[in-house]
Design a protein around this ligand. Sequence first.
Ligand SMILES: [Zn+2]
Length: 233
Amino acid sequence: MNRSKQLYYLQQLDSKIDRAQARIAEIKALLGADEVLQKAVKREEAVKHVLEEKRKALNKAEHEVEDQQIEIEQKTSRLYGGRVTAPKELEDLQQKVASLKRYLGVLEERQLEAMLEVDEAKDVHTEAAQSLEEVRAEREAQHEELSTEQANLRAKIEASYEERPSHLPDILPEDLQLYEELRKSRAGIAVAAANDQSCAACGSRIPSAIYQIARSPSQLTQCSTCKRILHGR
Ligand SMILES: [Zn+2]
């Protein structure tokens, strides 16, 4: 049995688990981050509020025009109704009607402006609502994709954990202990391949004698720089 080779296999399995777990953490963050959606929701709410305000303003302008028209009608029927006969009063009424009609023009102009503003606000709101819908749809698709990936990763991790104990009987207890210690202190990588007589983990040159040990099935050696167990191939 090759001591470093067994550890090297274990390392590959553990690294696979580590990578899957790191990606799961990434996915969790992605699933939780919804700034873009929140921004789209807030924008839609804000422009909807503007639209409501513009509608209220239009409603008010319409009522003002109506009230003005009613008043003009009332004054006009008094003017021509025959019940008022005094010339001074008739003249006053006539002037009043003329003045009311002039102001009706102003009010109608305001109503028209309010209508245009409502139309404009409607367009802005339609655009914001569509954009929100798009963001929602995109987010849903992304959620589905990420959830599927997450489920696949979990299955992979589970399979790796099931496979892991089968490697352990071939490893000497002291080798396993060294491996676990290095995993903790060397960012998860305890075993490095020795390629072309250099350490694949830190790149340091490995003297020939050490390289020979790294290739030996019965002995174990470590990189003099990063202290990782070397597996010569
Ligand atoms: Zn090294």
